[in-house]
Ligand binder design. Structure first.
Ligand code: GDP
Ligand code: ZN
Length: 454
């Protein structure tokens, strides 16, 4: 248990109905008793322990700070397992800051980012993957990522990791036994060992196979809209944004000045980076549209290539078609409301061609359907668990490599104690996912991404 009692503002900065200042640690109740005056005077004596909310003033030296409700939660059945008091005050920046400062004067330390959750982890209430899930839920931009976060928070990943580690232990204990209790490792039940190790590896591979989807869910589908000048790229972005702009706050890794738009389509998020001319500087930028298109299409998960049917199909259009050749792409034949000089057939049959008008918005629903089809959203919903965290993916990959190495060694009769080293190390890698024997360094890295107050 930590010695200090920490405090922070747990709600977003700004004005609103209520804000919450949260305090956790052994002195929480003592501190609150010094500064909280319930309107029903007898109540303070009854604040022994548990789970109640009391109405009154935060008051000190005759000064009234705010009219509040205080939530008393006695550990260990709390978020951090410590004593927690949550002060629900008016959602005013003045109230929260004054109350926070008062708590600091009364002996609290200002909580570091994620410190409440870190304490929950350190005090054994949740494992590291669950702590990370809290962050994922806070930052989720679409239904799927929020849902995945909830699954992880419920301990689903921990269960899966523990199951795999149990299988690994079966193999390890057989090896240990042979090394310790049989002569020269005779009677080594090799087939048994191999079958356990292979089973563990299969389970790891199953988890890893979901990681690509996980990235799409969590970070959004990197989407690029390409096409010659004036085909309707900006118009498409505007149409999509008008209807589906995602409400996104502080996604880690994005800065305010880079222009990235997030669009929610059903349970997916499209992440659209600023592409040539989309942010209207039609003259110079648009002239190099084709070159820029090539660059942008390079790393995209999805390319939407637009053609203008009211103009003849020309050399530049041809280049656009070449660019998308091996890509995950959808073709849009735009300006449906004008007479056509391009036929659907001119665009080949490698990709779905959708006819749209950005003026009437005809065809936009078909575009959305086509995107759902490509990313198979129904499948995503069915998947029991999806790896969305890069740290987890890396550790799973490390474990897999070591296990496969061990399997190779077993089969070529490398001494079993050498094999054991790899297997044990793979076991430890999985342990790091749930935060067993995790270093301060890794922990700092995980919690650094949190906001203060969580
Ligand atoms: P960009 O250069 O590819 O970004 O193209 P814009 O979105 O800026 O559109 C170029 C011009 O085409 C603008 O004047 C739009 O109003 C017009 N435009 C875009 N989509 C349509 C459409 O579906 N029908 C018609 N008639 N005009 C369109
Ligand atoms: Zn444009």
């Amino acid at each position: 248990m930590s010695e200090s009692t920490i405090a922070a503002i747990s709600t977003p900065q700004g004005s609103g109905g209520i804000s919450i200042v949260r305090m956790s640690g052994g002195s929480s109740f003592d501190i609150i008793k010094r500064i909280f005056k319930p309107f029903n005077k007898r109540e303070l004596d009854r604040i022994k322990d548990n789970r109640m909310m009391r109405y009154g003033h935060i008051e000190k030296d005759g000064r009234v700070y705010d009219e509040v409700m205080v939530n008393f939660m006695k550990g260990p059945n709390t978020y951090t397992r410590e004593d927690i008091c949550e002060i629900n005050c008016h959602g005013s920046m003045i109230s929260v800051k004054d109350i926070l400062n008062l708590l600091l004067d009364e002996g609290c330390d200002l909580a570091e980012p994620g410190e409440f959750t870190k304490r929950a982890f350190l005090n054994g209430r949740i494992d590291l993957s669950q702590a990370e899930a809290v962050l994922d839920i806070i930052n989720s931009t679409n239904e799927l990522s929020q849902k995945q976060g909830l699954k992880q928070l419920s301990g689903l990943l921990r269960e899966k990791i523990e199951d795999i580690r149990d299988i690994q232990l079966e193999a390890l204990s057989r090896i240990e036994y042979s090394i310790n209790f049989t002569e020269d490792g005779q009677d080594l039940p090799l087939d048994d060992i191999i079958s356990y190790v292979e089973r563990a590896n299969d389970e790891i591979k199953k988890l890893l196979s979901t990681a690509n989807k996980g990235k799409l869910i969590k970070d959004g589908i990197e989407t690029t809209i390409i096409g010659k000048p004036n085909v309707g790229k900006s118009s498409l972005l505007n149409v999509l944004l008008n209807e589906n702009r995602a409400i996104v706050t502080d996604i880690p890794g994005t800065t305010r000045d880079s222009i990235t738009e997030y669009i929610n389509l059903g349970n997916l998020t499209l992440k659209i980076n600023d592409t040539a001319g989309i942010r209207e500087t039609e003259d110079k930028v648009e002239k190099i549209g084709v070159e820029r298109s090539r660059e942008l299409a390079e790393d995209a998960d999805l390319v939407i290539a637009i053609f203008d049917r009211s103009r003849d199909f020309d050399q530049e259009d041809k280049i656009i078609l070449d660019i998308i050749e091996n890509k995950n792409a959808i073709i849009i034949l735009n300006k449906l409301d004008l007479d056509s000089k391009i036929k659907k057939e001119d665009l080949g049959n490698n990709f779905k061609v959708i006819e749209t008008s950005m003026i009437s918005r005809d065809g936009i629903d078909k575009l959305e359907e086509a995107i759902f089809e490509i990313f198979n959203t129904k499948d995503l919903n069915k998947e029991s668990f999806i790896i969305t965290n890069l740290r987890h993916e890396r550790l799973l990959n490390l474990a897999k490599e070591k296990i496969e190495n061990a399997l190779k060694d077993i089969k070529s009769q490398v001494p079993i104690d050498c094999v054991e080293v790899d297997l044990r190390s793979a076991y430890d890698d999985l342990g790091l996912i749930i935060g067993e024997t995790v270093s301060d360094e890794i922990m700092d890295k995980v919690f650094r991404e949190f906001c203060v107050g969580k």
